[in-house]
Structures are given as C-alpha cells and as structure tokens.
Design a protein around this ligand. Structure first.
Ligand code: MGD
Ligand code: MGD
Ligand code: MO
Length: 717
C-alpha cells in the first residue's frame, strides 16, 4: 500500500485502494477566489473533496459552498446531452440530439440572422462564469458582432468604471501595512472568507477597523472598533460629510491634494453642502460616531479602504457613492501609497497575479465596429469606458428593435433571473428571438426557453487557466472525465469556430494556443503549467507590487491626476445630466411620489450575501439548500410585531412591478423598515420586484439593493 493509500484509508474508514487524489479547483464562487481542491477519485467518480493543503490561495481551507462541490457536480438536473426544443419556448420539452446535429443547427441559424439582419443582431452573452470569456468575446467579434455582454452589467464593472474615471484604475487595500481599515460594506466572512485573515492580522498588529454596513454582521461583531449601521443607499452622503469634516478639521493631506489631484475646489464646494447634522439626518447615524470614525480614518493612517463590487453600486445612486468614497482616499493621501490602496494590474479574467497578460488585446483586437453596442445610446459613460454591451438595455432593444433588432442570443450560463423584471425579459425573448442557444450545466429556467441547449462540464471535468495572487498560476487538468455527454465551454466554441470556418487562426488552433498567446511573456507556457498538478510560481511576475508608480508617472486620467472632478464624465453630452463631481441623490428618487410611498413603505435590499448561497447556482444544490430550505424574507422584529408576523409565516412581497411569496425570518440584525431577501430562487424570484428602468444612469446598474416594497401575511407558519 502506498503512503497515499494509507492516508486515504485512515481518512475514509473502509476505503479500499484504487483511490487517486486529483488536484483541481472549485469554480462555484467568485473567480478571484477559486480555491484549490483535492478530489478523491475512485472508479472515475469523486467520492470526497477537500481543500488542497499546500495551495497558495486557500491553504487547505474550503467554505460551505466548496465543501458541497461533489453534491453540486453530481446534481440530478445536470444537462446530459445536447437538446433540441420540441415544445413551446419555456415549456421545457426537448429531444436529445448529437453534438454534430446541434453544431450544424447553431451554425446555420446564426448565419441566417447574420444574412437577414446583420452580425450585430446576434448577441453573445455570458452569465457569472468568467474563465472562457476572452474566447467567447473574440468569437463574437470574429463572427462579426459588436455585441458581447456579461453579468458585468450588474457586477464589478460599475466600480471599475468609477475607479477609471476618477483614478484611471482601481486600488487594492494594502492590509499588510495599514494602521486603519475602512471596511465600507465589508462582510468578508460571507462574501470572501479568505480575506478575513488579513483584517485579523491588522488588528493583531494594533490596527483599527471601521465597518459601515446596513446590518449587524460577523465583521461588525468580530472586527469593528467602530461600527456605523447606516441607512441603506445613503453612503454617498456619508462620504461627502466625512470629506467636509476632514477638510474643516485640517486632516486632509493638502500636499497630496495639490500635487496629485484635479478639481479640488469644485469638490470642496460640493462637500460644503454636507454638514454633519444634515448627514446624520440622511444616514440615520449618530453625529459623535461619524466624527470619531472620520477622525480615526483620517488621522490614524496609513488607511486603506474596502471597495465593494456590488453592495453600493446596486443602488441607483451607487456609482457616485463609490466615487465619493474613493475620493476620501485621495483627500487623505492614501491612494497609491504604502498602507493605503494601490493599483494591481489584472493578469487574466479580473485576477491580479503580478504580470500583465494580453487578455484585453485578445478580446478586442478583432473588434468589427460598424455599429453601436446594445445600450450605447442609453448609457454613454458605460459605453465609452467598457468593451461590453450593457445588458440592462437588452430587453428594450429586443422589444423596440431600435436602433436595430436583436434576433439571436448565444448564451453561456445565461440566467434571466439575474435581470430585473425577469418575466418580461423571458416573454420578449420568446416573442422576438429567431434563435436562442444556451450552454449550461443545469436545466435552468432560462435554458427552457432555448432552441438548442448544450451541456457544459464543471471545473472538475475540464482544463482552465487560473492565476493567483502572490505570482502563481495553474492550468488545471480534468479530475474526472466529462459527465454524460458534456463538453467544456471553450471546446464548444473552438469546435464551432472550425465548423463555421471563422477567419481566426487562434480560435481554430484551440484553447491552449489561445491561452499561450495571452500569457506570452510571463515566462511560462501551457506546457510548462501542465507539467505540474498545482499552481506554480510565475517567473516574470512582480510580487508584491510596489505602490507609488502613479504618483511618480501620473494617473491614467485625462488630467494625469486623481480627478475629484472627472473630465471623462464632463465630456459626456450634458443632455444625460451626469455630474463630473460625486454628487449625492436619494436612492429611491424615482419612487418617491406620495402614492408609491404609501403603498410600498418598505426598503427592499436583495442579494446581500449569505455563506451558503451564491446567485441562482446553489439554490438547487441539496446540501446547500438544506441550510435554508425556504426562500426567506428577513423582517425586523419591530415591523414583525407591528404586522403580527411570526417566523415561518408566508408573506406576499409586492412592488409596483410584481409579487412573490417568501417565508418570514424575524431578525434584529437589520433595521426597521428594511426587508432583506436573497435573489436567484425560481419559485420566489426577487427580481420580479425590481423595475427594469430602476437603473443608475452612470453605469446602467439596477437598484437591486434599494427598491420600494410591501409585505402582507398570506399564511401562518
Ligand atoms: N436581486 C439581485 N440580483 C442580482 C444580484 C443581487 O445582489 N441582487 N447580484 C448580481 C451579481 S453581483 C451577479 S455577479 C449576478 C450573477 O449572475 P448569474 O449569471 O445569474 O449567476 P449564476 O446564477 O451563478 O450563474 C448563471 C448560470 O451559469 C451556469 N453555470 C455554472 N457554471 C457554468 C459553466 O462552467 N459553464 C456554463 N456555460 N454555465 C455555467 C449556472 O448553472 C447558472 O445557470 O447576479 C446579479 N443579480
Ligand atoms: N457566499 C457568497 N459569496 C459571494 C457571493 C454570493 O452570492 N455568496 N457573490 C460573489 C459576488 S458575484 C459578488 S459581486 C461579491 C459581492 O460582495 P460584496 O461586494 O462584499 O457584497 P455583499 O456581500 O452583498 O455586501 C457587503 C455588505 O454590504 C452591505 N450592504 C448592502 N447594502 C448596503 C448599503 O446600502 N450600504 C452599506 N454601507 N452596506 C450595504 C451588506 O449588508 C453586506 O454585509 O460577493 C461574492 N461572494
Ligand atoms: Mo457579482
């Protein structure tokens, strides 16, 4: 018996030999934190999953979701073969077909739309998965369409654009050197558990932590020296008020401001309008606490800040709230400084590993032009700053066919439940599309509307490139053969590129050739990476990244400075009313007429993260679902008492856009008047309650975390 087999026998009583341990990664959650996993494989089946002990990211740890990876991969609703629709769209009636048949139909139908309308009338869309995106993006362009879009229309990109127009790039918190951590909507325990150790270490060194959240969380309880429990969606006003305090009390780093920033006088005039009493009235916070938090942040530097990908920017005023918070970092001289926030260039699909890949070039150097992307006219700032279409305008464009029709969608993990007014989107897709393909692991509600459904394999059944912080990278190998008749997303795209005879050498050569092209210069090839089963050091990566380069060489903004007043925004046609300054607006500005206020008195916050769930992909995973079996609406005890609600009662939640039912969970962690619920349930989809035009005009992002709502008891629990 080998040493390994002995170890396995010790761990799994009764296990016979013949078990192999294969290394892979868990791709259930955020692409930046895909943990290394050890899969125990017997007779081609995974019998156990553990975190890889010597992995540079997770060091053996796994979260709740990763621990149920085996249960996720072997879900019964996995799509088993390519399918062709035989019933009505949405009915879910399909017949199995071969891959060759499926490919032939897809090629024919996409080309038919191209001929009858234009290549731009085919939209290519990716849901939450990121790993294949550069390949899909290039495929869209080589096919001739400008329309490549993703879930970035609701995630990360708003923050990225706000960073870009202010500082030219984003900034990662330098936790290792900060004295104060401003954890603005930071809830690492739930949304990024591997980040918590960094905050704990800072505290152990004597560092201070400020948490700003709308609910009590493990972070507010375990980490905060000061906790500001703010009224949802009012963060922009708080940030402007903090800036006024910083300036008035002489805590600003005026040397930094003079040397490295642009538009200070206009910014100062804006923050003048936010004295402490007004800020407290808007945010519901206590004046002394705001003062103490501001003083700590501004005087106990260096201070770094957490910037959230979704919590703030999921309000219709969120883009500017994010900018207002970012401005604090320059006002106090913390941007691009040791212990503050400093830029790290991404290496591959949003992940920084200390080298610059050619991903962006790969995605864009075949851009066909000739038409505006979907959403370009409605969201000019998004369009100017992002190389994807804004999917929040897809429904309108399909429906109105203006400025041109969208007649086919090639979707990878497309999930209509991600979009506000899901039912309306599906109805328009049903009516308007000539052709819809969806590639997914599971038979989702959206896949049921597809004409052709293709089975994708999971991360354990395929190979993918994955860089890691610290200067590591891996190209995974399949731990098991693709289940059923599934294929990897990239294999599907490269097969189709060949069949459709697309004019692109790289796509025709296949996945590894594309990856080699993108990582050229880092000192490794796919062949080098494949020689190891685990992440290896990238020879040409620079890590840790040294701050200070922007201060030395200039910011990548029109002025070359950090812009309190954004010249990129100023260049947008004034008819859109976008303010170059990070001004504040009410998060319910479009719903404040007296009738709506009276009918829908609650503030609904959807999708604030919980550890056991991620979007729609985990709700149907039995082990995870068992942790919270029912779609649940969290109601504050004060409201529950007033309305006579008890735990387990069924309530109808309603908004001007729709109604759904959920079970009540009474809490004191949130605030009176605020309801909280997760998104992604098929039987209780909160996005039926969010208006499709309830959008931030800067980014096009929906107000997922700020919508008027009401509840009514339907049934005792
Ligand atoms: N109300 C509300 N809505 C939200 C949010 C919120 O907070 N509140 N959050 C928003 C945010 S931040 C995000 S990121 C989006 C997430 O947006 P979604 O795209 O809705 O995310 P998922 O439901 O995780 O994944 C979509 C589909 O991808 C499939 N899939 C999984 N793995 C693969 C694979 O390897 N290949 C293929 N082809 N498909 C795969 C899944 O089965 C699923 O059907 O939701 C947004 N929507
Ligand atoms: N377990 C789990 N982890 C996830 C995900 C998941 O679905 N589940 N999704 C992943 C994805 S796609 C994303 S984009 C990230 C998002 O991760 P984050 O950007 O961190 O977003 P959240 O965890 O939703 O929100 C962080 C905190 O902000 C608070 N918050 C909500 N509204 C407001 C507000 O108006 N003001 C303030 N100050 N705080 C507010 C929430 O209560 C929450 O505690 O998480 C990733 N990680
Ligand atoms: Mo996200």
């Amino acid at each position: 018996m080998t040493e390994l087999e002995k170890k396995i026998k010790a761990k799994i009583p009764g296990a016979d030999t013949g078990i192999e341990v294969k290394h892979s990664l868990c791709a259930i959650c955020s692409p930046g934190i895909h943990c290394g996993v050890d899969c125990y494989v017997k007779d081609g089946k995974i019998i156990r999953v553990e975190g890889t002990p010597d992995h540079p990211l997770n060091h053996g740890k796994l979260c709740t979701k990763g621990s149920s990876l085996r249960n996720y991969v072997y879900r019964e609703d996995r799509i088993k073969t390519p399918l062709k629709r035989v019933g009505e769209r949405g009915e879910g009636k399909f017949e199995p077909i071969s891959w060759d048949e499926a490919y032939a139909i897809i090629a024919e139908k996409l080309n038919a739309v191209k001929q009858a309308y234009s290549p731009h009338s085919v939209a290519f869309f990716s849901g939450y998965c990121k790993w294949y995106r550069p390949i899909l993006h290039r495929f869209a362009h080589v096919f001739g369409s400008v329309n490549f879009g993703t879930d970035d229309s609701t995630c990360f990109a708003s923050m990225n654009i706000a960073n870009k127009v202010t500082a030219g790039c984003g900034g990662a918190p330098d936790m290792g050197h900060a004295n104060t951590f401003l954890g603005w909507n930071y809830e690492g325990y739930y949304s990024n558990h591997l980040s918590v150790a960094g905050v704990q270490k800072l505290k152990e060194r004597g560092g201070k932590v400020i948490i700003i959240d709308i609910r009590d969380t493990p972070a507010s309880k375990n980490l905060a020296d000061i906790f500001l429990k703010i009224r949802p969606g009012t963060d922009g006003a708080l940030a402007l008020g903090m800036a006024k305090l910083i300036i008035d009390n002489g805590w600003a780093d005026m040397d930094y401001v003079e040397k490295y920033t642009y538009g200070f006088e206009q910014y100062k005039a804006l923050v003048e309008q936010y004295p402490l009493d007004k800020v407290c009235e808007i945010t519901g916070l206590d004046a002394d606490q705001v003062f103490e938090a501001t003083k700590l942040y501004a005087t106990n530097g260096p201070a770094c800040t957490n910037f959230s990908a979704s919590a703030l920017v999921h309000h219709i005023n969120g883009f500017n709230s994010h900018r207002a918070i970012l401005c604090l970092s320059a006002l106090t001289g913390n941007f691009d400084r040791v212990g503050g926030n400093y830029p790290i260039p991404p290496s591959y699909v949003h992940k920084a590993a200390g080298f610059r890949s050619r991903e962006e070039e790969f995605r864009s150097n075949r851009y066909p032009g000739g038409q505006e992307r979907i959403g370009a006219e409605r969201f000019p700032l998004w369009n100017a700053q992002n190389d994807e279409f804004q999917a929040m305008d897809l429904l309108r464009q399909m429906e109105e066919e203006k400025p041109y029709p969208v007649k086919a969608i090639f979707g990878f993990g497309m999930n209509a439940k991600m979009f506000p007014e899901t039912d309306k989107l599906l109805a328009v897709m049903k009516e308007k599309l000539d052709f819809f393909v969806d590639v997914d692991l599971f038979m989702s509600m959206t896949a049921k509307y597809a004409d052709i459904v293709l089975p994708a394999c999971s991360s354990l059944e395929r190979s993918e490139l994955k860089p890691y912080e610290g200067g590591f990278m891996t190209f995974t190998k399949p731990a098991i053969q693709p289940l059923y008749d599934s294929r990897s997303d990239v294999e599907i795209l490269c097969d189709l590129a060949r069949l459709m005879q697309l004019d692109d050498e790289l796509l025709l050569k296949g996945h590894e050739a594309c990856v080699d092209w993108m990582i050229d210069g880092c000192g490794l090839t796919v062949a080098d990476l494949k020689a190891s089963d685990k992440p290896i050091k990238i020879p040409n990566a620079t890590w840790p990244v040294q701050p200070g380069k922007l201060l030395e060489n200039g910011f990548k903004t029109p002025s070359g400075k950090f812009e309190f007043y954004s010249l990129a925004i100023a260049s947008i046609d004034p008819k859109y009313g976008l303010d170059p300054l990070p001004s504040y607006r009410d998060p319910l500005e479009d719903q404040n007429d007296p009738e709506t206020k009276e009918q829908y008195p609650f503030y609904l916050c959807t999708g604030a993260r919980l550890p056991h769930a991620i979007h729609s992909r985990t709700h149907e995973t039995p082990w995870l679902r068992s942790l919270r079996p029912d779609p649940t609406c969290e109601v504050h005890a004060t409201d529950a008492n007033r309305l006579g609600l008890h735990n387990g009662d069924t309530v109808e939640m309603s908004s001007p856009y729709g109604k759904i039912r959920m079970k009540v969970k009474i809490t004191t962690k949130s605030q009176p008047g605020v309801l909280m619920a997760l998104h992604g349930y098929t039987e209780a989809n909160v996005n039926e309650l969010i208006g499709r035009n309830h959008l931030d005009p800067y980014s096009g992002y929906p107000g997922f975390k700020g919508m008027r709502c009401n509840i009514r008891k339907i049934q005792e629990g």
